[in-house]
Design a protein around this ligand. Structure first.
Ligand code: PEP
Ligand code: MG
Length: 551
């Protein structure tokens, strides 16, 4: 039997190839000889940080979309004065220069890790900065992607943005990391580049250089040294994907399933159009607000929204109002610190303490819709009760927005969907947070990632309940969480009665192809199979059988 290593599914698609490990970083030691002139050493360290920051900034300028944002952020990390201050202290007390950099970086990386969530995942970005500065100081090549004549699966302890953005998908056919989480930069960028990825796979450390693997970024499985029959199967699957149908989403028997994109910037919107998205099912507006000390004005927001609407032409777009709080803190809101931010003042709840931000945003969305003539819907994140849905729909109506919805991502909203449906025009199920709250499992934690497996039957049962509540009110229902980008689970969602699917633009082709290969009846049978299954593994196997898929 083929040996398998399991990790967390981070970017969909199946890859076949030999594993190559990322070249390791130069080591430093407290026993290295310190420089003779501390002042000169401090100046040398400062220059090395500047050089590394400038390289990130140059890479950022040449990149687009999430890659550009992430590289700019990493460039800013390399210029953080408190990091340099810590290095200065190390050198001043007699530490070797390069090792003082390693120590300062570790000090701050541990602090980031202690903060948890998104901040913890930034620790690997900071370590990458440190390793590049150390390489600069030692005059050696920075750690990086190995050279290879044949395509390979890149394996690493963790990948930093500077590594990931330089990847050529023709050469690096898959990504495998020992650490990292489902929301790490590796995962985000792998999806943007269309490279299948599995993260948080501790067993990967035992995979020797050159071992051939089949990596499934949709399930988190890495099969080690598969037999020739399995390799042939994967090659055939990849050819099928390359010949994937284009055009609107539909099943083999013609049931239409509009395939929409999740976007957060103009670059994403352009990519979505290029890859055949029929509209945008989730426009995450947080990007406009993050890293600012004051709220963007209504005019500024209107300009930015209008630019994204224009990029979509006449395709419809669903704008989600600000989903800040928790792992996306906004300094200008001056919110008090919370013990459990994921359970605190986030999403629509922000309007309890700062209604102006919501009202300004609704005004700007309406103004941009008027200006561009776009078909715009608006929805609120993190809605738990009928009162909240009623409140949001009322405010959106007052702003002039005609089509109003709520995200269903809290179990209470799912349970009461028949009542919430009376308040709004549509539901969009956010399965990322819905799984988090349904299973009580932090979505940032790789230790509990198995509970975020879309095949967990309780998730399908909850979605079925939401569809029932929606149908009772004639309300439309879509899914915009990561589960919609899983080709086989997307078929199950359709079988459960979900009408639209929204996902990262690069995931559209795989889902489009999967739908085109099955009938609506097969989707329904797969949905029933999942609902009756005992475990996630049973659900996956039974659904695949109902969909006529191997294994
Ligand atoms: C979700 O929770 O599933 C979702 C789509 O929203 P976000 O990932 O932005 O929280
Ligand atoms: Mg959410």
């Amino acid at each position: 039997m083929t040996r398998e290593v399991r990790g967390v599914a981070a970017a969909p698609g199946v890859a076949l190839g030999p594993v190559k490990w990322l070249a390791s970083a130069p080591a430093t030691s407290p026993n290295d000889a310190p420089g003779s002139d501390p002042e000169a050493e401090i100046a040398r360290a400062e220059a090395a940080f500047k050089t590394v920051a400038a390289r990130y900034a140059a890479q950022a300028s040449a990149a687009t979309g999430p890659a550009a944002d992430i590289l700019f952020m990493t460039s800013a990390l390399a210029e953080d004065p408190s990091l340099l201050d810590q290095v200065r202290v190390g050198i001043t007390i007699g530490g070797p220069t390069a090792h003082s950099v390693t120590e300062a970086v570790e000090h701050f990386a541990e602090q980031l890790k202690a903060l948890g969530g998104m901040m913890a995942e930034r620790a690997s970005d900071l370590r990458d900065v440190g390793q590049r500065v150390v390489a600069e100081l030692l005059g050696v090549d920075p750690p990086g992607i190995p050279d290879s004549a044949e395509p390979f699966v890149l394996a690493a302890q963790d990948l930093a943005p500077a590594d990931t953005v330089t990847l050529d998908p023709a050469q690096v056919v898959g990504l495998l990391t020992v650490a990292g989480g489902p929301t790490s930069h590796t995962a985000i960028l792998a999806k943007a580049l269309g490279i299948p990825a599995v993260v948080a796979a501790p067993g990967a450390v035992d995979i020797a250089e050159g071992t051939v693997v089949v990596l499934d970024g949709g399930t988190g499985s890495v099969e080690i040294d598969p037999d020739e029959r399995r390799r042939e199967e994967v090659r055939a699957e990849r050819t099928r994907q390359a010949d994937a149908p284009t055009g609107p989403g539909r099943t083999a028997d013609g049931h239409a399933v509009p395939l929409l994109a999740n976007v957060g910037s103009v670059a994403d919107a352009r990519l979505a159009v290029e890859l055949g998205a029929e509209g945008v099912g989730l426009f995450r507006t947080e990007f406009l607000f993050l890293g600012r000390n004051s709220a963007p004005t209504v005019e500024e927001q209107t300009r930015q929204y209008a630019e994204i609407f224009a990029a979509l032409g006449d395709r419809p777009i669903t704008v989600r109002t600000l989903d800040a709080g928790s792992d996306k803190p906004l300094p200008f809101l001056n919110l008090p610190e919370e013990e459990n931010p994921a359970l605190g003042v986030r999403g629509l709840r922000l309007s309890n303490v700062n209604e102006g931000t919501l009202l300004d945003q609704l005004a700007a969305i309406e103004a941009a819709a008027q200006e561009s003539g776009a078909s715009v819907k608006v929805m609120a994140p993190m809605v738990a009760t009928v009162d909240e849905a009623h409140y949001f729909a009322g405010r959106a109506r007052e702003a002039g927005l005609e089509t109003r919805g709520v995200m269903i991502e809290i179990p209470a909203a799912a349970i009461r969907s028949a009542h919430l449906g009376a308040e709004v025009d549509f539901f969009s199920i956010g399965t990322n947070d819905l799984s988090q709250y349904l299973f009580g499992a932090d979505r940032m934690s790789s230790a509990v990632a198995a509970l975020h497996d879309p095949w967990q039957p309780a998730l399908a049962a909850t979605i079925a309940m939401v569809v029932e509540g929606a149908t009772a009110n004639g309300v439309k229902v879509g899914v915009c969480g990561e589960s919609a980008s899983h080709p086989e689970f997307a078929c199950v969602l359709v079988g459960l009665g979900v009408e639209t699917l929204s996902m990262a633009p690069r995931s559209l082709a795989g889902v489009r192809a999967a739908l085109a290969g099955v009938t609506l009846d097969q989707c329904r049978a797969a949905a029933q199979a999942v609902l009756s299954a005992r475990t996630a593994a049973d659900a996956a196997a039974a659904a695949r059988a109902a969909l006529g898929r191997a294994g």
